[in-house]
Design a protein around this ligand. Structure first.
Ligand SMILES: O=C1O[C@H](COP(=O)(O)O)[C@@H](O)[C@H](O)[C@H]1O
Length: 239
């Protein structure tokens, strides 16, 4: 059963999401020494900064951060999901002298080679870095077309049934070269939380929550992850 948390605006989403993340962190750290989190790019980064930067109950030293998807561009490129996360969260944290988190990025040294086999290699190397039994908490965005991670509507990667991380070179949203966690991998993860804000998401959210939807976000909603799937949405995205 998918849970929807409907909040008035982005500030209330940040507060509620921050509390949710801390609850997940504490539950995981009561059973092991580290907390793995996958973050997404796009609009999520600023919300995460609001939710986490001033939050004194985050134990950054125990966090290991991965990316739900990454654009195959240099890490300091404005299109890089790591680049945006670094500028908005990691640099301010470092400035405050925070110890941690550990952050796992793509292998940038392979980026200059542009053939498809090489992009598969980048995905394969990233797959070796992520926990084989799933990431504890996966934070996902939702594009206005219903995509999540870099899993796009009607794309062949929706049928991927073996790889944990896959590459694509035909993303309909630029930039075209990307890697992404796959549906079989998301299924192994602990808890999945989507964040969707703004009126540009309103129409697609109706489609995603229709019973027969095959949009990527709807496919994730149907995954039997043991910690469940939940959504944080604001009033402009969902009535
Ligand atoms: O391209 C991407 O888009 C999605 C959605 O972004 P948003 O700005 O509409 O929230 C994002 O979740 C993903 O990580 C990113 O690569």
């Amino acid at each position: 059963m998918v849970k929807i948390n409907k909040l008035t605006d982005i500030d209330s989403i940040a507060t509620s999401l921050g509390e949710f993340i801390v609850t997940q962190q504490n539950a995981v750290l009561s059973t092991k020494d580290s907390f793995s989190v996958a973050v997404s790019g796009g609009s999520m980064v600023n919300i995460l900064a609001k939710a986490l930067l001033e939050n004194k109950t985050i134990d950054w030293s125990k966090w290991v951060i991965f990316f739900s998807d990454e654009r195959l561009v240099a890490l300091d490129d404005e299109d890089s999901n790591y680049g945006a996360f670094n500028k908005t969260l990691l640099e301010p944290l470092a400035h405050k002298g925070t110890i941690g988190p550990k952050v796992v990025t793509i292998d940038e040294s392979l980026l200059h080679l542009t053939d498809t086999a090489n992009d598969s290699k980048i995905a394969e190397i990233y797959a070796d870095e992520i926990p084989k039994d799933g990431i504890d908490l996966v934070l996902l965005g939702c594009g206005p077309d219903g995509h999540t991670c870099s899993l796009f509507p009607n794309h062949s990667l929706l049928n991927e049934d073996k790889l944990n991380v896959a590459s694509l070179n035909d993303s309909p949203k630029p930039p075209p070269r990307r890697i992404t966690l796959t549906l079989p991998y998301l299924k192994k993860c602990g808890t999945i939380a989507f964040v969707a804000t703004g009126s540009s998401k309103k129409e697609v959210l109706k489609d995603i929550f229709a019973d027969d939807s095959s949009l990527p976000c709807a496919l994730v909603n149907k995954l039997p992850v043991h910690g469940g799937v939940c959504w944080f949405v604001d009033e402009s995205a969902m009535d």
